[in-house]
Design a protein around this ligand. Structure first.
Ligand code: GLV
Ligand code: MN
Ligand code: MN
Length: 408
């Protein structure tokens, strides 16, 4: 019998439909977590889950789980990802993992396949961490790394509370997060970087993932006249912030990791006034925990220098995760699934944070990557070739089928 294949066109069709929710004039997908646009995206995904016969459960932090029965009442094999986006997102980040999970379910339904273990397709809340920090908050709670009450109390960049917004959009469920412990978790995601595309590879098997350190830095200077204040008499928060951005860039290059000052607000932000205050975010990442911790110490020493030069400095930790090594057994199942399709699959490190890294705390977990054209993501120009979408979904299908037959 011909092995089962996903319907890549149908999957691309759903990606288009979900991508249209919250689309801005410049083509960006803007579905920040727990906004009205996120609600509309959730409503669409839930309607598809119901059409496919999944039992939809919603937990107390808004994680959605669509369950498909197996022939035995065993812990399910879970797949999925997130549908929240950054404000300048593309249609594939996260959505591919969720909608490929639904495509797998549809193929199994159409062929009358009942797996031994149940299958679960999950949508985790606030993966991006743009509106509410930390990132991966829903899957972090799911894995027991953040208490529900703390997640509900998070305050967003717009001053709104996570818990209130969850209620407002109608997705405050009653299921205890983590009540359903998966047998295994496999997430299909776009690479969001240049490696597969540059090397002409179609598939990646993600073996590990970088640690992430997010800090908000507030610099306090003194506002004064830009024309009359001699250079030696300034306490210029804008200059401090510019030096911080250069420092982070150079540090990351020196240590072989990545570093970004992606957000910077100056006050009063006027052409002829020395900045009184600068609020900047620092995103440091490295696959080696010791190097990441050393980078954090170097950042602290740099901020100490700024203090010595007369600026006030405050820091607030927004997120911190250690590097993760995925389950080698699950990575092997993914590799075998690719091999059974006659496909090579390249070992990869994920540069992006992922829900799978949180699920790895409670069950064997791993990821499949497909290429991002030009290595572009978090950008409306984010694209993945439909042939790669098809291949990624087929590898996911086979991987889930293998895991779902595993005996207790
Ligand atoms: C999520 O996309 C992240 O890696 O910041
Ligand atoms: Mn993502
Ligand atoms: Mn993202």
């Amino acid at each position: 019998m011909e092995p089962l294949r996903c319907d890549g066109r149908r999957l691309m069709g759903r990606l288009d439909q979900l991508g249209a929710v919250g689309r801005l004039e410049d083509g960006s997908c803007c579905r920040l977590a727990l906004t009205d646009e996120d609600r509309q995206g959730r409503d669409l995904v839930v309607s598809w889950m119901r059409e496919l016969g999944l039992e939809v459960r919603v937990d107390r932090v808004g994680n959605l789980i669509g369950l498909r029965r197996g022939s035995e009442d065993l812990p399910p094999v879970m797949t999925g990802s997130h549908i929240d986006t950054v404000a300048t997102g593309g249609p594939f980040d996260g959505c591919l993992g969720v909608l490929a999970g639904l495509e797998v379910v549809q193929v199994l339904n159409e062929h009358g396949v009942t797996t031994r273990r149940p299958l679960a397709v999950a949508v985790f809340t606030n993966e991006e961490g743009v509106r509410f920090q930390p990132d991966m908050a829903g899957s972090l709670v799911y894995a027991g790394g953040l208490p529900v009450a703390e997640a509900l109390a998070l305050v967003g960049i717009d001053g709104r509370r996570f818990g209130a917004e969850l209620e407002r959009i109608g997705y405050a469920g009653t299921l205890e997060p983590g009540a359903i412990v998966p047998h295994a978790f496999v997430e299909l995601h776009i690479e969001q970087g240049p490696i597969l595309d540059q090397e002409g590879e179609a598939l990646g098997a993600v073996a590990n993932l970088q640690g992430i350190s997010w800090t908000e830095v507030t610099l306090h200077g003194r506002a004064n006249h830009a024309g009359t204040t001699p250079m030696g008499l300034r306490r210029d928060a804008g200059h401090g912030a510019a030096r911080l951005a250069c420092f982070v860039h150079d540090l990351a290059q020196e240590l072989g990791g990545v570093g970004t000052v992606g957000s910077l607000r100056l006050a009063p932000n006027l052409i002829n006034v020395i900045a009184r205050e600068a609020v900047a975010t620092v995103d440091l990442r490295h696959a080696d925990e010791q190097v990441l911790a050393a980078a954090e110490r170097r950042l602290e020493a740099f901020l100490q220098d700024l203090r010595a030069q007369g600026l006030g400095v405050e820091t607030r930790r927004l997120a911190r995760t250690e590097p993760v090594v995925f389950d080698p057994g699950t990575v092997r199942v993914i590799e075998q699934a690719a091999a059974s399709l006659g496909q090579r699959i390249r070992p990869m490190t994920s540069g992006a944070g992922q829900d799978a890294q949180m699920l790895a705390r409670i069950c064997p977990a791993a990821m499949i990557f497909v290429p991002s054209q030009g290595g572009v993501s978090h950008n409306p120009a984010e694209r993945t070739d439909p042939r790669h979408v098809q291949l990624g979904a087929d590898v996911l299908l086979r991987t889930l089928l293998t895991l779902a037959e595993e005996r207790p």
